[in-house]
Design a protein around this ligand. Structure first.
Ligand SMILES: Cc1ncc(COP(=O)(O)O)c(C=O)c1O
Length: 315
C-alpha cells in the first residue's frame, strides 16, 4: 500500500491520486476558500466491512457550512454519499479510514464572486487512519495563548479550511512547548471553547460537562453522539460554560472528534487531571463509542453506512 490512497474522488470522478489538482488561480488556493468534513469509516474485521459513521450528520453540517458561505454545492447529498462509497471501494481499504469531503471555491471568483458565476468543486480524499497512541495512553495538554476564533469574525460553526490557520497557531505552539496533545483554546470571553481539532468534555462530580454550541466551537458530531450515548446510558450530562481553572480540578477530561475519537487528557498546564491517567467514565465511553462505530450495538446501526455491503442484514 503506498503512503497515500491510490484513488481520490475529484470534481465528479474517481481519479488516480496524482490527477487530483486545483489551479493556483482559485480562491481555494489563494485564500483557503473551502468547507469540508472529516469523516471516519470504521473497519469491522469480523464482518470484513467498512462502516461510514454518521454520514447524514456530516452531510447536514457540510450543507450548513456551505449555506453560511453562500456556496451552492453542484451535487446532492445523495450523490456525494454515493461518491464516498465508490472511492472507498475503489481503494479496497481493509482498515479504519479517515476521509476529507471538501467543497472548494474554484475558478470564477475574479468575475465578481456571486453565486452561479463561481465554480464549486469537490473532492473526497481518504487515507488509512489507525487509532493513535493518545487514545489509549492519554495526552498532556495546555491552555493555548491563542484565542479561539469567534462567531462575529470567523465562525467556528462553519467547518472551513481557513479556520484552521487559528488551529495551526495553537497546535504549533503547544507542540513546541513540549505537550504531547493538542491544546485547549479559550474563546474571547475567556471561557473554554475547544481544541484546534476536537471538542472538549470533562467529568465533575459524576457529570459529563461540555461547553454549549454558542461557546465558539464546531458543532461536533462526536460531541452530539457522546451526549446521546451518555444520556441513553443514564450518565448525567450538562452543556454549560467551563472556566479555565475547572480544568485543573476536573476528575476527568478528554477531547472528542472524528479524528481524535475519544482522547483522554492526562494533564492541563502540568496539573494532573484526576489521577493523571484516563479515568473510568472516559474508559466506559470509549468502550461504548468504539462498539457503536464498529457496528456492534444494534440500537445505533442506523448511524452506519456499509461500504462493501458484505454484512448480513442487521438485527
Ligand atoms: C475545531 C474542531 N472542533 C471539533 C471537532 C470535532 O468535530 P466532529 O466530532 O464532528 O469530528 C473537529 C473535527 O474533528 C474540529 O476540527
Amino acid at each position: 500500500m503506498p503512503e497515500h490512497a491510490r484513488y481520490v474522488w475529484f470534481d465528479g470522478a474517481i481519479v488516480p491520486w496524482e490527477e487530483a489538482r486545483v489551479h493556483v488561480s482559485t480562491a481555494a488556493v489563494l485564500r483557503g476558500a473551502n468547507v469540508f468534513e472529516g469523516v471516519r469509516a470504521y473497519w469491522n474485521a469480523d464482518e470484513r466491512e467498512l462502516y461510514i459513521f454518521r454520514d447524514a450528520a456530516h452531510m447536514a453540517r457540510l450543507w450548513n457550512s456551505a449555506k453560511i458561505m453562500r456556496m451552492s454545492p453542484p451535487w446532492t447529498q445523495e450523490e456525494l454519499s454515493e461518491a464516498e462509497v465508490a472511492v472507498l471501494r475503489a481503494n479496497a481499504f481493509e482498515g479504519t479510514v479517515w476521509f476529507r469531503l471538501t467543497l472548494y471555491v474554484g475558478e470564477g471568483e475574479e468575475r465578481g464572486g456571486s453565486d452561479g458565476q463561481v465554480r464549486i468543486g469537490g473532492f473526497i480524499l481518504p487515507r488509512l487512519s489507525p487509532r493513535s497512541k493518545g487514545v489509549s495512553a492519554g495526552v498532556d495538554s495546555c491552555v493555548s495563548t491563542w484565542t479561539r476564533i469567534g462567531d462575529a469574525s470567523v465562525p467556528p460553526r462553519v467547518k472551513a479550511g481557513a479556520n484552521y490557520h487559528n488551529a495551526s497557531l495553537a497546535w504549533m505552539e503547544a507542540r513546541l512547548a513540549g505537550y504531547s496533545g493538542q491544546p485547549i483554546m479559550l474563546n474571547e470571553r475567556g471561557k473554554v471553547a475547544e481544541g484546534p481539532g476536537a471538542c472538549l468534555m470533562m467529568v465533575r462530580d459524576g457529570r459529563l460537562v461540555t461547553p454549549p454550541v454558542t461557546s465558539n466551537i464546531l458543532e461536533s458530531i462526536t460531541r452530539a453522539t457522546l451526549l446521546e450515548l451518555a444520556r441513553d446510558a443514564g450518565i448525567p450530562t450538562q452543556e454549560r460554560e467551563i472556566d479555565r481553572t475547572e480544568l485543573y480540578v476536573a476528575d476527568e477530561a478528554f477531547f472528542c472528534g472524528s479524528g481524535a475519537e475519544i482522547t483522554p487528557i492526562n494533564s492541563v498546564d502540568r496539573y494532573p487531571v484526576g489521577t493523571g491517567r484516563p479515568g473510568p467514565l472516559t474508559r466506559r465511553l470509549q468502550d461504548l463509542y468504539f462498539s457503536v462505530v464498529e457496528g456492534r450495538v444494534p440500537r445505533y446501526r442506523d448511524w452506519l453506512t456499509p461500504v462493501y455491503q458484505r454484512a448480513t442484514t442487521p438485527a
